[in-house]
Design a binder for this molecule. Structure first.
Ligand code: LFR
Length: 490
């Protein structure tokens, strides 16, 4: 008996097949595909139909392999959406959250409504690409698509709708819009009114674990498959990743490490106060009534984008090669603040990194090894900074850090993270989001009582690699200098 998890990341997607055998999870990657955003004119879009095509390709592979798939779930990155017209069809291509049409919109809305008003109603961190600013940007551009809109669906809601014909808004993703109120557990009427978007766009919000339909007839006959049930998982990939953190105690710190780095802790209720607002922490909805009190860190995006730049120039380094070059480069040469807005949008990164180093009076990294070392050391040092903030905002002390996600394949980064925070790093599983997606399906199917039972089985099913802190004095000294040059405490 297999179940299928689709996990869509910003640069690739996969379909992971899961089975439970003697209380052990066994997974198999059934399908993997790249996710290539498409830029047209000034706009940047997701190739949503390609993604839907790949989802169907995964189902086809399952059928061809003679697998009896019992249920499926889909998770993806957050904040982005498709708009549906009166006739039930998708209007236009969903925008990528890195499209610059939101530039300046957040600042404008914050000035109009005040940060404490927006934060007080949502508990969501201020990120310029949050759905609220994307919709406000479309509104002020008089978007004809927005004018023709009948319903709003987040990316996994939309793909699920294509498969089942049924529309639901899933909770973990809904919270990332920054117009869902976790205190009233409803879409926030005032915030929607403030951006001029009708409440009628938004439908029933379902919790992770809800049954949300079956593969529709047209898809069944197209692929020659049965009416496979579809389950709403924690459809925000970070929600699924945190569900898969193999923690055994209630109080734990995590870093979900992929294109983004998301660091924080799990809480039972949103923490909306002066500290969380000042530190710009977020409260994203999770599994079983939990919330993710966390902060976004720009993550491996900068390295991925740097690699793309070098690929375009015909220098085709693999990630392991780049990490090796970084390891050989001199240490603590120069650093960036990965979260500087300079690094948010797509495009060549090395000129921006060099510009940043020059403007902050540091040595300018030249060789690929120096550039990559600068990126990875800066990430580890920023993790140390946010680790401290996580302790402050949650009023807890953590004796180590769980790392999950594809980024843990970068062992140098795991080790440097441990060196920087001065605590052990427990790395695994790498397929965190897909495994959390499977776990919620099993909870919904009655195989696990709750998320804690799921975590215990995940812990027993996948290896966790331990990194102990090393070179503490050097990293402490580097941290002090990092804080100064980046001005992050200012
Ligand atoms: C990670 C993630 C983050 C979200 C960002 C944009 O994949 O979902 O949690 O802030 O992508 O959607």
């Amino acid at each position: 008996m297999s179940i299928l998890a689709y996990d869509l990341g910003a640069s690739s997607g996969r379909a992971l097949l899961g089975r439970l055998t003697d209380r052990r999870i066994v997974t198999e990657e059934l399908h993997r595909f790249s996710n290539d955003p498409v830029s047209i004119g000034d706009r940047l879009h997701w190739d949503i139909l390609r993604l839907y095509h790949e989802i169907k390709a995964g189902l086809l592979k399952a059928k061809q392999g003679g697998l009896d798939v019992q249920s499926i779930g889909i998770d993806s990155w957050a904040v982005d959406f498709g708009l549906i017209g009166q006739n039930g069809e998708l209007l236009g291509n969903p925008y990528h959250y890195r499209d610059p049409h939101t530039d300046g919109v957040m600042e404008k809305l914050m000035a109009e409504l005040t940060p404490s008003h927006i934060f007080g109603k949502t508990g969501i961190q201020f990120l310029p690409f949050n759905t609220i600013y994307q919709l406000a940007a479309l509104k002020s551009a008089n978007s004809p698509v927005l004018q023709a809109t009948d319903k709003f669906l987040m990316i996994p809601d939309l793909l699920r709708y294509f498969l089942t014909g049924e529309m639901f808004n899933e909770f973990s993703n809904a919270t990332t819009t920054q117009f869902y109120n976790p205190l009233t557990m409803s879409w926030d009427r005032d915030l929607l009114a403030a951006i001029g978007v009708p409440e009628s766009f938004f439908g029933t919000v379902v919790q992770p674990g809800a049954s949300v339909g079956k593969i529709r007839l047209a898809v069944q006959s197209e692929l020659g498959i049965g009416a496979i049930p579809v389950i709403a998982v924690a459809e925000h990939d970070t929600g699924s990743a945190v569900a898969a953190v193999p923690a055994l105690e209630k109080s734990f710190a995590y870093l979900s490490c992929g294109t983004w780095s998301l660091m924080g802790t799990e809480v039972d209720a949103p923490v909306i106060n002066e500290i969380s607002q000042r530190l710009n922490f977020t409260n994203e909805g999770g599994v079983g009534g939990t919330f993710r009190l966390l902060k976004n860190i720009m993550g491996l995006w900068i390295l991925q984008e740097t690699k793309r730049e070098w690929d375009r120039a015909g220098q085709n380094y693999s990630f392991p090669e780049l990490v090796q070059l970084a390891e050989q480069a001199p240490n603590f040469g120069s650093w960036i603040d990965p979260d500087d807005v300079l690094f948010l949008h797509a495009g060549d990164m090395t000129p921006r990194i060099r510009q940043y180093c020059q403007q902050t009076g540091q040595r300018v990294p030249e060789s690929p090894g120096e550039v990559v070392r600068c990126i990875l050391e800066s990430l580890a040092l920023k993790y140390r900074y946010v680790f401290g903030m996580t302790e402050e905002v949650s009023a807890q002390r953590f004796n180590g850090l769980h790392m999950v996600g594809g980024g843990i394949n970068n062992e140098l980064l795991c080790q440097w993270t441990s060196n920087a925070i001065g605590k052990p790093v427990w790395a695994g599983p790498a397929e965190g989001s897909a495994i959390g997606n499977l776990a919620v399906q099993w909870i919904a199917r009655g195989e696990f009582a709750d998320i804690w039972e799921a975590r215990k089985v995940i812990r027993e099913s996948f290896p966790v690699k331990v990194y102990e802190p090393a070179q503490r004095d050097a990293w402490e000294d580097a941290y002090g200098r990092f804080v100064k040059v980046t001005g992050i405490r200012a």
